[in-house]
Design a protein around this ligand. Structure first.
Ligand code: SF4
Length: 496
């Protein structure tokens, strides 16, 4: 993304890739490594509405399955639809060519008996007796454009959380220098997010990619994919501004409307949603998500997808939610209190009178939970931060850098970047704890955390820790950090 200044961190990343011999020269005829194909499938970087098997059948991916790092098929429990048939649940195997099915021994291995789709880069060799999807013709952008992102995603291996070799060098750095490092890493991460929104936005349109990002953020952390799938269906939904209709449609499509009515007021509310959904259901019959795609165990009621979808329904019913959030970020100039104002903007206004659609949700977390004294909040600061940092601001920046927002005014871009950099820290999580433990053996002193610095920490983890393994094998980060110590800030890119 132009406009974001780089310094030493980006040079570190580029140099690390060169030294690791990972820079791949891609030609149109080249096949990518299988691990890249896994990431393309996992993140569905495909023109999903056009997917077509080698036998000519259309295939729709309602869920790509759960990535399997153990022996066996690459993805478990995918949910697919072939042609106009019913939904099929089964495993997905990724191979470079159809011949891999026999060459890798899958044909005689019972662990592969549930495979319903083989995804190949291109057809080749003996034909298998199952659905085969070629991946190359359906990428959502050219493979060359996707390559840097793929290199990062495919490098992921998870080491345990013992302190790493960079602990000593990092502890010797002043807090200011650590902050500078984290913020540069954060900019690299922001650039990656913006690139992704921009390349998808150009293909799918800015509105649909915003909703994809928003729904994915609402699905954090275990239901991201299922929520994204619902977002994909929005463009074909009838427009309208009735909250109850949107809410019924989203809950119905998600398969989250209980078929057995709960007792009491919840039962009356669910019945009212079924009254809407019955009328539309046959139109959407093939699109309804099966229960198996939702991960609900251990979820706090406030994070339940039913509640998140009820909130999204209110945003959709507004009809101009995207313009509203755009206006917020273009006009809100005060750092102080910005998160509170953002949370307030995201909370639907009013509507709590008896009989209104909101009356139920203000006293119930989910469609099955008991009455609580309310009003229960719609969204808290941590989810609102996630929405701003991972979806709305990168989306606005993608538009700004494409000239679609404020005529590409560099001042607007700078302001949006500044908002992203200044955003208050989000909720701590296992990934951040992992990174702190690896890099500092605990909590580093003297760092005031912001969301961007958290993102920078995640980027360091991504770029260095996840590829290096538990013994930090071959990781150059400690040497690079040591070089920082010895050089003046700003000339650090000349280190080893
Ligand atoms: S892999 Fe590298 S960055 Fe990660 S803890 Fe080890 S030395 Fe530090």
């Amino acid at each position: 993304m132009s406009g974001i200044p780089y310094d030493f961190y980006c040079r570190w990343r580029a140099r690390g890739r060169e030294r690791a011999g990972e820079e791949v020269s891609l030609h149109e005829e080249a096949s990518p490594p299988e691990r890249w194909m896994q990431q393309i499938w996992r993140h569905q970087r495909l023109r999903r509405m056009e997917l077509c098997c080698l036998d000519g059948r259309r295939v729709r991916v309602l869920h790509p399955g759960f990535w399997n790092r153990e022996p066996g098929p690459d993805f478990r429990d995918a949910v697919l639809q072939f042609g106009d048939g019913g939904l099929v649940t089964g495993d997905v195997e990724i191979d470079l060519q159809t011949a891999g099915w026999f060459g890798h021994g899958h044909a005689v291995n019972p662990a592969y008996a549930r495979v319903v789709l083989q995804v190949v880069w291109e057809p080749g060799g003996r034909v298998v007796e199952r659905a085969v999807l070629p991946m190359a013709p359906f990428l959502d952008c050219p493979l060359d454009d996707m390559a840097p992102w793929l290199e990062e995603e495919a490098a992921i291996r998870v080491p345990p959380t013992t302190p790493g070799r960079c602990c000593g060098p990092l502890r010797r750095q002043s807090p200011d220098r650590v902050i500078s490092l984290l913020e540069q890493a954060a900019r690299a991460r922001l650039e990656r997010k913006v690139d992704e929104f921009r390349s998808r936005g150009r293909t799918l349109g800015w509105g649909p990619v915003l909703w994809e990002g928003v729904f994915a953020a609402l699905g954090y952390k275990h239901n991201v994919w299922s929520m994204r799938r619902l977002a994909e269906l929005l463009p074909s939904a009838p427009s309208g501004n009735e909250v109850a209709a949107w809410e019924s449609r989203l809950l119905g499509l998600a398969g989250l409307l209980p078929t057995e009515l709960p007792r009491g007021p919840a039962g009356e509310f669910v019945r009212s949603r079924w009254d809407h959904w019955w009328r539309e259901r046959t139109t959407w019959d093939q699109a309804v998500l099966p229960a198996s795609v939702w991960r609900l165990a251990g979820l706090r009621p406030a994070n339940h997808p039913q509640r998140r979808l009820a909130l999204a329904a209110r945003w959709l019913a507004l009809g101009h939610w995207a313009e509203r959030v755009e206006q917020f970020f273009l006009e809100d100039t005060g750092v102080r209190g910005r998160l509170a104002r953002w949370v307030a903007l995201l909370a639907p206004a009013g509507g709590a009178e008896a009989g209104s659609p909101d009356a139920f949700w203000l006293n119930h977390w989910t469609l099955r939970s008991r009455w609580r004294a309310g009003p229960l909040p719609w969204i808290g600061p941590s989810r609102a931060t996630d929405l701003a940092v991972n979806a709305v601001l990168p989306w606005l920046l993608a538009r700004a850098t494409s000239g679609d927002l404020a005529g590409g005014d560099p001042g607007v871009r700078a302001r949006l970047e500044q908002s992203w950099m200044e955003w208050p820290a989000g909720q701590d999580n296992a990934d951040l704890r992992f990174a702190r433990r690896r890099l500092w053996g605990g909590v580093p002193a003297g760092i005031r955390w912001t969301a961007a610095r958290q993102q920078g920490l995640l980027q360091v983890r991504h770029d260095f820790c996840l590829a290096a393994g538990s013994l930090c094998s071959g990781c150059r980060f400690p040497v690079l950090v040591d070089a920082l110590e010895q050089s003046e800030a700003g000339s650090c890119g000349t280190g080893p």
